[in-house]
Design a protein around this ligand. Structure first.
Ligand code: HSE
Length: 306
């Protein structure tokens, strides 16, 4: 095999209670990439469609993760990357992760799969760090494993795959403004109160239990963020309106997707998800901000070969 085309999915990180550790994979939103073997050694990026991003491998998220894998594998040929970018950078639905993971997943396939998924995330984290100025894997892990994941530790990297209750659907609104992950990390406090820490770890624990037991009521009770959301929600226009509207229409929970500005709602059943989508559409239609609205089942497969 000399070339491969892949779909690299968008993802929702944090999932309210699990800042930097929880994430889930979306189904209908993602980038496409074509990776080819080349006779000349090294990594090139010959095509980028969709957004204006750097072509130099060392300045491009997909290129940096590709270089990390390439330098480790040291093959006697090179790779060329074509990126068909559909997930807007700075959207909060794992745009940089989709790029970072896509290149290394595809290269691994072309090399005959010498690396496992955890090793691929380690390479991809180098690309992710270029965009967000720090290494984290809560978007990368669900992109590559699919479903819900929990990053137990970064060093050594340990990812847990969590079960996906079958009736879960996500609604994601993406207001067309850009929030840089590095900036929305910079506004967060370095210390949290013991009271808030207790609430948060109780919610992460019960959220994981709810996934295992398909307990939608517990899942709903756990989708709360007392640590990060109070700060970041101020960067997102109409966040509180969207959240209250989604909850009123029956969403199990609603919170900031990754570092924003996207806002996700998790719903039990497609009918409720449709109602939530329509109600959120009405809220944002009355504003002057352009937006995209997605309804997606949870993608339990992750990244796909096309
Ligand atoms: N956990 C990360 C954050 C995800 O919220 O900053 C965004 O890349």
């Amino acid at each position: 095999m000399n070339q491969i085309k892949i779909f690299s999915p968008a993802t929702v990180a944090n999932v309210s209670c699990g800042f930097d550790v929880l994430g889930f994979c979306l189904d209908t939103i993602g980038d496409e990439m074509i990776i080819k073997k080349t006779s000349q050694k090294g990594i090139t990026i010959s095509k980028i469609e969709g957004y204006d991003l750097p072509f130099e491998a060392e300045n491009n998220v997909a290129g940096v993760s590709a270089l990390a894998l390439y330098n480790d594998a040291n093959p006697d040929f090179g790779f060329d990357i074509e990126i068909y970018k559909k997930v807007k950078p700075g959207s909060g639905i794992g745009s940089s992760s989709a790029s970072a993971v896509g290149s290394v997943f595809a290269m691994n396939e072309l090399l005959g799969k010498p690396y496992n998924k955890t090793q691929l995330i380690n390479f991809a984290m180098k690309g992710e760090a270029l965009a967000s100025k720090c290494e984290h894997a809560d978007n990368l892990a669900p992109a590559i494993f699919g479903g819900f994941t929990l990053v137990k530790s970064l060093s050594p990297l340990h990812v847990l795959q969590l079960p996906t209750p079958k009736d879960l659907f996500a609604v994601v609104i993406h207001p067309q403004i850009e929030i840089k992950t590095s900036e929305s990390r910079a506004i967060l406090p370095q210390d949290v109160s013991l009271k808030n820490a207790i609430t948060q770890w109780s919610n992460v624990g019960s959220f994981v239990h709810a996934l295992h037991t398909e307990d939608y009521k517990l899942l709903s009770d756990s989708l709360k963020d007392v640590i990060v959301e109070p700060y970041r929600s101020q960067l997102i226009p109409h966040f509180e309106d969207v959240k209250q509207t989604a909850l009123k229409q029956g969403a199990l929970g609603c919170g900031i997707s990754g570092s924003g500005p996207s806002i996700f709602s998790l719903c039990k059943g497609e009918d409720t998800a449709n109602k939530v989508r329509e109600a959120i559409h009405n809220v944002y239609s009355q504003t002057t901000i352009d937006f995209e609205l997605h309804l997606s089942k949870i993608n339990t497969e992750g990244i796909k070969i096309l």
